[in-house]
Design a protein around this ligand. Structure first.
Ligand code: GLC
Length: 420
């Protein structure tokens, strides 16, 4: 039996089937090109930060190319930062002037993106920052860029945080009423209290009320867990959970989010890029534990995916073209299947097929413990070439006969058609 997850309010069927999505972090921080948190890290004032807004001119922005890159990589949904912590909005919000239309870009950047991705069949997700380092009523907390500026902090007395929260709710309403069907609402995040400053969590955000509105406007939508109230999706960040993620002992629906190189926004000088091999394994790893992978691109200030991202996406796409069958619709294999060393199983409960991902190609043989007599047919997924089992059954274990040469793919997968 595969694990049953705790039921949630949203429509999760498509989500657990599709497994693989694109995260997009795009804002004026792309111009600083040194982390989406640059305003906080370098404790910049609004005035110091303004230059990025004034020069934001993504003249090469072509959302159809973005959607094409995502779809060819095998991604089935995308989640874009409508607003990140810096407060800058990609769409033409009625509630602020701090938006793309007022930069040299001069237009709403979100609407054409939604349209382009939807046209390629991808589901639509909005990331929306609960934090806002630009809004005048947003009070100082441990992450605020002005956390060491005593004058700025003193003016917190005049700030009406609840007024900011009205703005947060109002913008969420805009996002959920202007762009057609939205499949995911991805809020980020709740701030822990520090020695000096109070935190911001579900009471401040009025999370319950916000969730109710979201569900009212977009029935079926999926909501993540960062409003401090668990909803549909748990979102471990930059890690690979050791096993299927659980809450109070119960398995839940989860999605790991990862960067290519460490930061989420475009970071020109970052050298810690993951390889295609690592990324493919990351995706397999997630699916093998019943989870999704949301893989992030930080487009440049010109509006392009940079060449390193395109290179990785293309590499993952080459693998997905021949192996997506071991990802889509697949989940953790039932416990009775004992996975050989250096391999990962996924399992499709619909077809009853088991997928053996071979991370390190061995010489000639792979032993599947306790599987004698249980496999009807075995083949390599990349070229549908038969994998021999004939005469290989000894005791309870099954011996697969592998070609000496590793198949020419990032991670070879053996598709096992089970009996019965
Ligand atoms: C974090 C960071 C952020 C990023 C997000 C993605 O909370 O604040 O920059 O957007 O995680 O999960």
């Amino acid at each position: 039996m595969t694990l049953e997850t705790r039921p949630t309010p949203g429509d999760t069927d498509w989500f657990v089937h599709d497994r693989f999505g694109l995260f997009i972090h795009w804002g004026t921080y792309a111009l600083a090109a040194r982390h989406e948190w640059v305003k906080s890290k370098e404790q910049m004032s609004n005035e110091q930060y303004q230059k990025y807004f004034d020069h934001f001119d993504p003249d090469l922005y072509d959302p159809e190319q973005w959607a094409e890159a995502a779809a060819s990589a095998g991604m089935k949904y995308f989640v874009v930062t409508t607003k990140h912590h810096e407060g800058f909005c990609l769409w033409d919000s009625d509630l602020t002037d701090y938006k793309a239309t007022n930069t040299p870009a001069g237009r709403d950047l979100l609407a054409p993106m939604v349209e382009a991705f939807r046209a390629r069949g991808l589901k639509v997700g909005f990331y929306h920052s609960l934090l806002d380092w630009h809004h005048p009523d947003y009070t100082v907390d441990q992450f605020h860029p002005m956390r060491e500026d005593e004058d700025y902090i003193a003016r917190d007395e005049e700030r009406d945080l609840d007024h900011y929260v009205d703005y947060l709710h109002g913008q969420t309403r805009e996002l959920l009423t202007r762009f057609g069907k939205v499949d995911i609402m991805w809020f980020d995040f709740s701030v822990a209290p520090s020695e000096r400053f109070p935190g911001k969590g579900k009471d401040v955000w009025r999370s319950e009320e916000l969730i109710e509105m979201v569900r009212d406007l977009q029935p079926g939508i999926l909501i993540n867990d960062r409003l401090q109230i668990d909803q549909d999706i748990k979102t471990p960040e930059q890690t690979v959970p050791r096993e299927w993620v659980r809450v109070d002992g119960e398995p839940v629906i989860w999605e790991a989010c990862h960067t290519f190189s460490g930061s989420w926004g475009y970071y020109r000088d970052e050298e810690s890029w993951k390889s295609v091999d690592q990324l493919v394994k990351l995706l397999i790893e997630c699916a093998s534990k019943g989870g999704n992978l949301l893989l992030n691109v930080g487009p440049t200030g010109r509006g392009e995916f940079d060449h390193r991202a395109l290179d990785r996406l293309a590499g993952v796409g080459r693998w997905m073209k021949r192996h997506s069958r071991s990802i889509y619709g697949c989940t953790q294999a039932p416990e009775e299947f004992d996975c050989p060393r250096d391999c990962r199983y996924t399992y499709n409960p619909e077809t009853g097929r088991l997928y053996l991902h071979v991370f390190s190609w061995p010489f000639r043989h792979l032993w599947l413990r306790g599987m004698a007599g249980r496999v009807r047919y075995a083949q390599l997924l990349n070229d549908a070439s038969e994998v021999g089992m004939k005469g290989a059954e000894e005791g309870d274990d099954l011996r697969l006969e592998l070609p000496v040469k590793k198949p020419p793919v990032t991670v070879p997968v053996i598709e096992l058609f089970l009996r019965g």
